[in-house]
Design a protein around this ligand. Sequence first.
Ligand code: WT7
Length: 657
Amino acid sequence: MSTPSGNPSASKIANVMQETRVFPPPSQFTRQALISSEAQYRELYERAKHDRDGFWGDLARQQLHWFRPFEEVFVGEGHQVAWFVGGQTNLSYNCLDVHLDRALGDRTAIVWEGEPGEQRRLTYTELHREVCKFANVLKRLGVQTGDVVSIYMPMTPELAIAMLACARIGAIHSVIFAGFSAEAVADRNQDARAKVQLTADGLYRRGKVLPLKDTIDEALTKSPTVQHCVVLQRVGNDVSMQVGRDHWWHDLMAATSADCPATPLDSETTSFILYTSGSTGKPKGIRHTTAGYNLWVKQTFAWVFDYKPTDLFWCTADCGWITGHSYIVYGPLSNAATILMYEGAPNFPAEDRFWDIIERHRVTILYTAPTAIRAFIKWGDHHVDKHDLSSLRLLGTVGEGINPEAWMWYHRKIGGERCPIVDTWWQTETGGIMMSPLPGITPTKPGSCTRPLPGVVPLIVDEDLQPVETDHGGMLCIAQPWPGMLRGIWGDDARFVQQYWTRVPGNYLTGDNARCDSDGYYWIMGRIDDVINVSGHRLSTIEIESALVSHPAVAEAAAVGRPDDLKGQAIAVFVTVKIANPSAELKDELKAHVRKEIGALAVPDDIRFTSALPKTRSGKIMRRLLRDIAAGKEDISQDTSTLEDYSILAKLRGDEE
Ligand code: WT7
């Protein structure tokens, strides 16, 4: 059935998952865990739900340093909220200075390994010093509280230093994953009105050098607001430095004082923006705050990863994604944790690199993505068998749902059947983890993110906004505000309201479909909209389509996801061209074009030329239908009653290639 809004009835989503395996937490894990009984979880959960302000007020006072105490825990409603009103704190101070004050300065903050194999260790004292110096560098370049700093850097300690330096002075960082194209960087810089660009000469990826500065040079021709560019020397390749605009990181740091007190910032001060794809194409800059975000990532890190001072925590994400922001930098460092940071690819020099790293550094907690796990499975068990993984005590996943069979492999092969797995559901927008097992108490079911954390009140509704029954899929919403929630889309309040707060009034609409089973366990069922999730990264169809259409030979394009064992989804595009008899070479050209426009991760896996696209009478491309065709399904399960021209269906199935 199709509704006037053009969306399938969410409550009609089939529940095809029949997973009955349950894995209770190992008792020795439970004994030492921060949350170690069901009663303790219940108590936290009920208090956070029924005495929200008392609960978060107490935690905020305990967990964060306040230059000025807050007067009110929460004001507002719906999308207009403020937490810890009247208070002043600082993210960088909470990640660094508080630990020095508690004589933890000698503790290792970052254990870093470069792709070629170099290693560095920074204690909290050393990290603090570097951050203070770089904050002074930023100030000298004219950066003030509220200015946007665009960061396009390799996974080096300097990337974390740059983020923390921004936070120290209240500058807003916008980290852009270093795989994005010059176009994509320029778009984001323009939208954010970035004042300073941070980058490196290059980065190592799978043994090769990627010339980051060249990409930035191109991006900066279309980033008129950027006045300065700071370049970290990472690989030593030749780069051109524009006099007056470009500066070497090491030159600026050389003569700089390490005295830079953290700026007291109002709780609601924007800490960073992070661009993520939306269904309407233009990337949206998700805006997070200072105090609420800090508390959320600090507390969720402690609950979910059960961190102990003897742990070495490794999150394999890149800082260019929210996972890196929240669980490489701000969450762990707020907890005085020791993190491992790895620069490169998981298959360099060989497919056992991750296991080699775990064995050599004695990593105890591993947090990675299902897409990586699927790659490891494909590469073969012999890579794992070569290594001693007995240091591991906890495993985590993030970014997309994990297939139960991949979960089982992770559990057996990596966890040795002794490590709990925390399947963490959350979003760029939520700031930090929302639903996850608590490793000491929650029996896990492969494929379920289990239960909400204290402070998270989920609600699943159908198309008519009615709460769905047990085991029925529907739109997942969050019914109560939480401190880590996004506060807006940079420069686009209307889109913020429209996207998250309109369809289900009074609730935050996640954009995911989900169901809740009879044990109160949540199962995420995928996106409501058309976003394609490649290797855990969200890409919107329209962005890919727009890139294709910008090629002179292309008239029209539709992008859909089709199932892919490795990447979760692969990108299939249907293209109508302006020329007769399009060639195979044109396909390669289009792939190269998308790579240039958006970046390597948006390059289509399949390109099919077609004479026309299936459309509704109102002119909308029917992507759902294309999805079935791309997946090779014989029977189209989709409603075709709104299809404008039925003959197209036969053509689409028949005349490709
Ligand atoms: C979307 C958010 C979470 C940080 C990295 C991705 C999907 C994420 C899970 C999970 C099922 C998941 C959802 C969500 N997702 N984690 N554990 N199980 N789906 O952040 O790019 O903002 O993507 O990723 O669809 O809405 P993001």
